[in-house]
Design a protein around this ligand. Structure first.
Ligand code: FAD
Length: 391
């Protein structure tokens, strides 16, 4: 069986593109060791933040504005997998120029949005779980919230298969065959060869294993995630609580309200992370991570200071050096496209990813793609994602 294109990776980058390319007339297959959604995939989780706040970076805000339209439409199609309960972004010092919250707030106003700026008293009155007086400035923005990411991938996979996309699960790509600078096939660890003229590598944090030439610009970093069982769940339930960032660029901490079905409060750290090998290294949360976490809880959410941790995970980013996505055709190999580099912030764009990546595959002009082009990054390149805590 010949496919017009084989997509390596059934995470959100791969499955959204599979739906779009199949709709554009490509006979498409998704190849993944599975099961899908893959338990170790970054896309597989109970929740991911959907926020339009990106500091002074206007393109990302514009992209999330478009994605929000899609999220609301997907809720019609797939049921309420996107919870638009708003976001709170609070700071321990007054917001100041150059800071993530300040620049985000200014950009929201510039683009006609209506964030509500809150001082320490307003924070305590509206969001009583926050330690009184610990956070003194910031805002609540009603547009935004979180998506149940694993269930979103499941729904898109079902849609893709209904459209005729082949799911080649139980297969791990190990080599991309090429002749005369053109892609010819995908070979798997399981001993199969799938002939094709086009391959999209959407293998997340494993991408640089398949394409070692990308190893200098892409790395795997592991980040701690905690699930807590609150003694006072009402304190962490909207409207008393929203998706939050707690001085995130200075601390890394962010989280979610009580999950409607899982019954837990999830909190994680968007920081430097731990450099790991995506296949060989253990993915565990350390005693030091837990200690740091308890210190954060005591200083921020007293009602959670001693709450039981019922689950932990170290989840891996596909980190580019500048923290922008990598979505482009290979400069030398015809028929090869890469879509990876989610850098800890790619999921929220899901409703627009399919078109964005399909446009790259088809070399169609797209105003958002130049930011994610195949590029040279010096080893000392620093990260540019405004909410990321860089130590
Ligand atoms: C802890 C954590 C928290 C995050 N929080 C947020 C958030 O709040 N908001 C947000 O917008 N983003 C967030 N992100 C980022 C987001 O999850 C990712 O950017 C996005 O899910 C990446 O999707 P992907 O399809 O590139 O990769 P993945 O979802 O990891 O999928 C890659 C797929 O490729 C497959 N694969 C790998 N190697 C091979 C191979 N050789 N052959 C075949 N298949 C292969 C894997 O099995 C997997 O299914 C977070 C990420 C992490 C890790």
């Amino acid at each position: 069986m010949n496919y017009d294109i084989i997509i390596i990776g059934g995470g959100i980058f791969g499955v959204t593109t599979a739906v779009t390319l199949q709709q554009r007339g490509w006979h498409t297959a998704v190849l993944d060791p599975g099961p899908l959604p893959h338990p170790l995939a970054a896309s597989t989780d109970i929740s991911k933040v959907v926020r339009m706040e990106y500091g002074a970076d206007e393109q990302y805000m514009e992209m999330v504005e478009a994605a929000l339209v899609g999220w609301r439409q997907w809720n019609e199609m797939f049921g309420p997998l996107f919870h638009e309960i708003g976001v709170t972004m609070f700071t321990q010092q007054p917001m100041a120029p150059g800071g993530f919250e300040y620049e985000s707030y200014q950009m929201l106003l510039k683009r006609g949005h209506q964030p509500e700026r809150l001082d320490a008293d307003e924070i305590s009155r509206r969001f009583p779980a926050w330690k009184r007086g610990a956070f003194v400035d910031g805002f609540y923005h009603a547009q935004g919230g979180y998506a149940e990411s694993g269930r979103v991938v499941e729904a898109l996979l079902a849609q893709a298969q209904q459209l005729g996309v082949a799911a080649l699960t139980g297969q791990t790509a190990v080599e991309i065959g090429q002749e005369g600078g053109r892609v010819t096939a995908v070979r798997t660890t399981e001993g199969h060869t799938f002939a094709t003229d086009h391959v999209l590598v959407a293998a997340g944090t494993w991408t640089h294993l398949l394409l070692p030439a990308l190893a200098p610009v892409m790395k795997s970093t592991g980040h701690p995630v905690f699930h807590l069982k609150p003694a006072q769940p009402e304190l962490f339930t909207p409207p008393n609580f929203a998706v939050f960032t707690a001085d995130v660029a200075r601390t890394g901490w962010y989280g979610f309200p009580l999950h409607p079905t899982e019954g837990v409060v999830k909190i994680a750290n968007h920081g430097i992370g731990l450099r790991l090998h995506p296949r060989d290294d253990e993915r565990v949360v350390t005693a030091q991570d837990e200690q740091n976490f308890r210190a954060f809880l005591a200083a921020t959410f007293p009602a959670l200071a001693n709450a039981p941790i019922v689950y932990t995970r170290r989840c891996l980013y596909c980190d580019t050096l500048d923290e922008h996505f990598w979505i482009d055709r290979h400069p030398e190999i015809t028929g090869l496209t890469v879509a990876a580099g989610g850098s800890g912030h790619g999921f929220k764009f899901a409703p627009i990813l399919g078109d964005l990546i399909a446009d790259a595959v088809e070399a169609r002009p797209n105003p958002w793609l130049p930011k994610f082009r195949w590029r040279t990054l010096a080893a000392q390149t620093t990260g540019e994602e405004a909410s990321r805590h860089h130590g």
